[in-house]
Design a protein around this ligand. Structure first.
Ligand code: GDP
Length: 477
């Protein structure tokens, strides 16, 4: 079981990243914040630190807190730095404890010296994520919001910031709490019914119970579906470029990357390995994989390349099939790719710079794609069609649908795993109702579903889970 809030000791840490900066911040949190800080901070205006107004910036001198120094000698010490300090009185602070921040100059030496003063004066060095953990234990944030803090710090794109912010503000918590309290209400009715089963009193109708379970399952399914978007944001979309040898795959990869990563040659079959690079498109990250050309071969190394191509095709979020527009007869085998059935394919007709305008106009007439879409004429030499291709890529990997107004998106693997377990409980409960099993069995699964949901917000959790989550934070957060 968890401790209740406030863990007694007062912690400190540098909250800004390592390196030189205009400002470096040291954070102190805990019940002894003011008395510890007054041992090495002198407010310029002369008022005693323990009487300063909360939530206001105060100019101060930061001193060395050498225990052997007397109060009088501290007065004549050369300060470590001149800084702004802000006191945030409990519970109106990040941790809900007394917090004091020292905004000093961002020199690593200055920050190390001030940290030393904090320790000498009685602080303990915070462990990673301990400030946020205290915020959680003190009820300032639930677990999904704490994870929103971490996701915000680690966000690498505008979309992932927007989604992390929604979690931080409690959107996920609210959605989960709603589902959970509905399930718990049903459970209470069901359990009351079990107690009166001899008298044949039904406290909740089967139909109503089924309705609630189905609706809950629908919301959980929608959240699980959103986790694909979440994965794209977390890891970037996997866009795989595939096609026959010499059609211009490496050239396209290079064009999209803007440098010369892949080797471009005239000899078919040179790209034997997968080449992976990432590019940023409007804030999201796409991985491009240039693959070995697809063709029959007896060469062992090339065969290995083709095996890897097939694997990459299986894992892709989007496949770009490149076809040489001057050699359409060669294109047919490319369409044997099983990925086509799933619809996430873009066909690019490359080398249109070698065709006349009327030949280009004829292309789409001669081309009917299995999914009914039109191929995209491009030239990696002249750059024609590449802008349109980038737009299509963005559409097809779902980047455009990531508007901040979208409902809760699951980006966290822990949440995804919990929702999958919850979904299993719901399915089992529904099965039990259908097959007329004793209400006690239904109640067990209903309780299971509600408890798993509680793991997202942290009402049901263990120290081990907390340790796993907060150890991912940096010290000072
Ligand atoms: P890959 O084997 O599919 O990766 O093909 P490469 O990118 O290595 O290109 C094969 C050959 O086609 C090279 O000589 C490229 O210069 C040439 N090539 C690629 N794209 C175009 C294009 O749009 N127009 C023309 N004219 N040549 C191209």
């Amino acid at each position: 079981m968890l401790n209740a809030g406030g863990s007694g000791d007062t912690i400190c840490a540098v909250a800004t990243p390592v390196g030189e900066g205009g400002i470096g911040i040291i954070r102190i949190s805990g019940p002894e914040t003011l008395s510890i800080a007054s041992r090495f901070i002198r407010i310029r205006s002369g008022i005693p630190l323990c009487t300063i107004e909360s939530h206001r910036l105060h100019l101060a001198d930061i001193l060395r807190a050498d225990v052997s120094l007397t109060e009088a000698s501290l007065r004549f010490q050369t300060p470590i730095d001149e800084a702004l300090v802000v006191y945030m009185k409990a519970p109106r602070s990040y941790t809900a404890e007394d917090v004091l921040e020292i905004h000093a100059h961002g020199s690593q030496t200055v920050l190390a010296m001030i940290s030393e003063s904090c320790l000498q004066a009685g602080c303990r060095l915070a462990t990673p994520g301990e400030f946020t953990k205290r915020a959680f234990l003190n009820g300032r944030l639930d677990l999904s919001q704490a994870e929103g803090v971490l996701a915000t710090i680690k966000a690498t794109s505008e979309q992932s910031v927007a989604i992390a912010q929604r979690h931080l503000r409690g959107d996920l918590k609210q959605a989960v709490d709603q589902l959970r309290s509905r399930l718990l209400a049903m459970l209470a009715h069901l359990e009351a019914g079990i107690d009166f089963v001899e008298e044949d009193i039904e406290f909740v109708g089967r139909d109503e119970l089924k309705k609630v379970l189905r609706e809950t399952a629908d919301v959980v399914d929608a959240a699980l579906n959103s986790s694909r978007t979440g994965r794209v944001l977390r890891e970037g979309a996997r866009v795989v470029i595939v096609g026959r040898p010499n059609v211009g795959k490496s050239s396209l990869l290079n064009r999209l990357l803007g440098d010369s990563r892949a080797i471009v040659t005239d000899t078919p079959g040179t790209t034997r390995d997968l080449i992976e690079e990432t590019v940023h498109f409007d804030g999201a990250t796409l991985s491009l994989v240039d693959t070995a050309g697809l063709r029959e071969t007896t060469d062992a190394i090339e065969r290995e390349g083709i095996r890897r191509t097939e694997e990459a095709v299986r894992d892709a979020d989007l496949l770009i099939i490149v076809i040489d527009a001057t050699d359409l007869a060669q294109a047919a085998p490319t369409f044997d790719i099983p990925m086509f059935d799933r619809g996430n394919v873009v066909v690019a007709l490359n080398k249109i710079d070698l065709l006349t305008p009327s030949q280009i106009a004829d292309l789409s007439d001669h081309f009917s794609l299995p999914d009914g879409g039109a191929p995209l004429p491009i030239s990696t030499v002249t750059g024609e069609g590449l802008k349109a291709l980038r737009e299509v890529i963005k559409d097809r990997v779902g980047l455009r649908s990531l508007e901040p107004s979208q409902s809760v998106t699951i980006t966290n693997i822990r949440h995804q795993e919990i929702l999958l377990r919850c979904r299993e409980y719901l399915a089992k409960a529904l099965d039990s109702i259908e097959s007329g099993t004793h209400p006690e069995c239904v109640a067990v699964d209903l309780r299971g579903a509600a408890d798993t949901l509680g793991e997202i917000t942290g009402v049901i959790t263990s120290d081990e889970v907390l340790h796993r989550i907060f150890s991912q934070f940096c010290i000072g957060k």
